[in-house]
Design a protein around this ligand. Structure first.
Ligand code: ATP
Ligand code: MG
Length: 330
């Protein structure tokens, strides 16, 4: 087995409060091997973005982080900002939902790209410009020279996202973290960016942690999926395992909330109830009060992660009893 590009073990993120502290991420274990594209899914507020930020040592103050996060073998937890410079960009890079916010509106795209490239790769301005051109070409920017001469607001949302991907890849990271990078784009441009990421993963072996609400995108882009609920990973496996054969009742419900590619239109479902407030976590399994299959044990004891088959892992007391996901989706 190859060394993982990302290995998270026992990750916890806690924010202090006036009355009580709030634990946002709980006992997160996650592994992404070289070349894997892992989709991280879950309802709003489950902790997907916080997991991504933690990987780059970017949990905002006064949050505290414990556990381990190794990016390409480098332990992130406990490092100073100065030390984390070695991780950000060169080991892992991140792209966001609103790429426009990551660029300075007062400087041209070319100036910003060359400055960032020079920061990470020791080269002069002319070489940095050539690298920017090459990277923009590799992300299929229609006219790289033109794009470099423009200010961010003069490019479309899709073009700006290509700039951000080019910039992220210019520093040759082992891991690309993408936090809902296509949510703000229209459907056609969204599809182009997804196919670009798939192409980069196929051609260059780029490893990607892709955060999304869109399970259709997961089917197109990812080979593995992790499902988060209330700050925990509740199911992990291959796309086939988790999308076609979910074992956690929450994952099964989630799969039924959107039509998935290759399955035609399923009956769209919504999950009754709400994600619990992390300041007041329910006892036992955090999903038990929304779960049609819950038994007494579920409200008492937090389920341990069980390996179902191969790399399909589920944290549910009833996982062994669920033979057919349809039972929990009907
Ligand atoms: N700076 C912060 N201080 C305290 N709590 C925070 C902070 N940022 C996020 N949270 C809390 O952490 C939890 C997880 O938030 P996170 O942004 O990771 O969710 P998410 O899964 O990315 O949701 P979405 O799909 O809406 O982007 C939420 O309960 C949120 O309120
Ligand atoms: Mg988020």
């Amino acid at each position: 087995m190859s060394d993982p590009v990302l290995e998270i073990s026992g990750l916890e993120v806690t924010f202090p409060g006036l009355v009580r502290s709030t634990t946002i991420l709980r006992s997160i274990d996650m592994r992404i091997d070289a070349g894997d594209v892992l989709g991280l899914v879950g309802e709003s507020g489950c902790g997907k973005s916080m997991t991504a930020l933690a990987c780059l040592g970017m949990v905002p103050a006064p949050g505290s982080v414990s556990g381990g996060i190794k990016v390409d073998g480098y332990e992130v937890v406990g490092r100073s900002d100065a030390e984390l410079g070695a991780v950000r960009g060169s080991k892992a890079a991140m792209i966001f939902q609103n790429p426009m916010r990551s660029l300075n509106p007062f400087f041209s795209v070319g100036r910003q790209m060359t400055e960032i490239i020079r920061l990470h790769r020791s080269c002069d301005k002319a070489d940095a410009y050539m690298i920017a051109m090459e990277e923009l070409t590799s992300v299929h920017m229609p006219d790289p020279d033109f794009a470099l001469s423009k200010y961010p607001h003069q490019l479309s949302g899709g073009q700006i996202q290509r700039v951000m991907i080019a910039l992220a890849l210019a520093c040759r990271p082992k891991l690309l973290i993408a936090d809902e990078p296509t949510t703000a784009l229209d459907v056609t441009v969204q599809a182009q960016i997804i196919s670009l990421l798939r192409e980069l993963a196929d051609k260059t072996g780029l490893t990607i942690l892709f955060i999304t609400h869109d399970l259709g995108v997961v089917s197109q882009l990812c080979n593995r999926v992790a499902v988060m609920y209330a700050g925990r990973i509740v199911e992990t496996g291959s796309v086939e395992d988790v999308i076609d054969n979910p074992r956690h009742p929450y994952a099964a419900k989630l799969m039924n909330t959107v039509p998935t590619i290759g399955h035609g239109l399923r009956d769209l479902d919504s999950i009754p109830g709400q994600v619990p407030d992390p300041a007041f976590p329910p006892p036992g399994c955090a999903f038990h009060d929304r779960c049609a299959l819950a038994i007494e044990l579920c409200s008492q004891t937090i389920p341990r992660t069980k390996v179902m088959a191969g790399a399909h892992e589920v944290a549910c007391h009833r996982a062994g009893d669920i033979r057919d996901a349809a039972k929990v989706t009907s």
